[in-house]
Design a binder for this molecule. Structure first.
Ligand code: PMP
Length: 427
């Protein structure tokens, strides 16, 4: 049993000593003290089914024993900066990671977060092309440092950064976008940005395969191949931000971009790849990677032995436990359940996503698509009281984000749907 500080005390300390900008989803935030696979436990030992943790940290399950063992064993041997000496963990993980990549994507740079990975990817594109302009998608999220905050395209997440050289293209959003599911029509905006907003050449294009923070928006079919073509014709590089959609989560493929039939020039990842350990990575081709030899490039903890030992263990668990297959099968089943709820509850305007990257958008009016902001909070709090944790997101904060650890079962899905059904019925 847990006998540490209680929620009230932690909350008070947090208010006094931590960032005033920290936010939480629940009326009374939980003090989570233990985790095991798809479950979390609070200070009283109460168990919660975690249908959101997958996005932030857990890929193969909270405290997965194989991953914990790999991390602990490595921490007992040596934890150091990767820059000065050789270490097997980084070399082996890099080899294993690139074996998961298509084409010539064979060189890895490790970082400590998704933001850092995207910052590096944007810089590489600029160095390689000699151009400065970057195109990203409206509603996308790519990080919170100066460059990535510029590429992020939601006012909710932007502070006063100088945004020179970043252009935000129309979002190919099938539910709210002007052209519905016609990906090629949206892609014309990329062409027009190049023609009317740049010198005619660009450094690159960055996009998620399915927008996560933006509310699980699946890009309209045909969009990415068309946009990649347009960008490559003017010499730009295509960057896939796989921080949320990558690492088996979409089920049908290991990487989200594979679901769109494209091969990027640069791929970035973070979050789930470490199953809770901070790690990020940029993968690119040997030719493009050469640009970083022009100066000294250095990252103290990028690729450190403990993080890379953990990351390598994650890849092995995914394989051993066939978690991509599970994400596909159970994710499809869970999505069916959500679609049934949509038929029953008028407040659900749209159900979308793939595998274990699912979303349900709540609206009070189907034609006007009025965001049901207060309602979603109510449902989330009620679901928490019944033992289920779910996320939310989207520009208006009215989209359920359902992103469980990849070990989530059919029974967990049934329970999740029952609990959401009850909470929606009580609205
Ligand atoms: N890209 C995407 C798609 C993300 O969702 C996030 C984090 N929400 C990031 C990049 C930034 O990652 P980090 O928070 O690790 O810096």
């Amino acid at each position: 049993p847990y006998d540490g500080p209680r929620a009230e005390e932690i909350f008070r300390k947090r208010a006094e000593f931590l960032s005033p900008s920290l936010f939480h989803f629940y009326d009374r935030p939980l003090n989570i003290v233990d985790g095991k696979m798809q479950y979390l436990f609070d200070e009283d030992g109460r168990r919660y089914l975690d249908a959101f943790g997958g996005i932030a940290t857990v890929c193969c399950g909270h405290c997965h024993p194989d991953v914990v063992e790999a991390i602990v064993n490595q921490a007992k041997r040596i934890q150091h900066s990767t820059v000065l000496y050789l270490n097997h963990a980084i070399a082996e993980f890099a080899e294993a990671l690139t074996s998961k990549m298509p084409g010539d994507l064979k060189v890895v740079f490790f970082t400590n977060s998704g933001t850092e990975a995207n910052e590096l990817a944007l810089m590489i594109a600029r160095l390689y092309t000699g151009c400065n302009d970057i195109i990203s998608l409206r509603n996308g999220y790519h990080g919170n440092a100066a460059g990535t905050m510029g590429a992020t395209a939601q006012s909710n997440w932007k502070f006063n950064v100088v945004q020179t050289g970043v252009h935000h293209a129309l979002n190919p959003d099938p539910y709210r976008g002007a052209f519905g599911s016609d990906g090629e029509k949206y892609a014309r905006d990329v062409q027009e940005i190049i023609e009317f907003g740049t010198t005619g050449r660009v450094a690159g294009f960055i996009s998620e395969a399915i927008q996560g923070v933006g509310g699980i928006v699946e890009l309209a079919p045909g969009y990415l191949p068309a946009a990649y073509n347009i960008v490559r014709k003017v010499g730009g590089l295509c960057i896939a931000d796989e921080v949320q959609a990558g690492v088996a989560r979409t089920g049908s493929h290991f990487w989200g971009f594979e679901g769109h039939g494209v091969i990027p020039d640069i791929v970035t990842m973070a979050k789930g790849i470490g199953n809770g350990i901070p790690i990020g990575a940029v993968v690119t081709t040997p030719d493009i990677a050469q640009v970083l030899t022009r100066r000294s490039y250095f990252n103290t903890f990028g690729g450190n032995p403990v993080s890379t030992a953990g990351g390598h263990a994650v890849l092995k668990v995914l394989e051993k436990e066939k978690l991509q297959e599970n994400a596909f099968a159970v994710g499809s089943y869970l999505k069916e359940g959500l679609n049934k709820l949509k038929e029953k509850h008028d407040i659900i305007g749209d159900v979308r996503g793939k595998g274990f990257l699912l979303g349900a958008e709540l609206v009070t009016d189907h034609d006007k698509k009025t965001p049901a902001k207060a309602e979603i909070s109510h449902v989330m709090n009620h679901m928490k009281d019944m033992g289920v944790l779910v996320g939310k997101g989207g520009f208006y904060g009215n989209v359920f984000r359902i992103t469980p650890p990849l070990c989530f079962t059919k029974e967990d899905s049934d329970f999740f749907i029952d609990v959401m059904d009850i909470a929606l019925s009580k609205l």
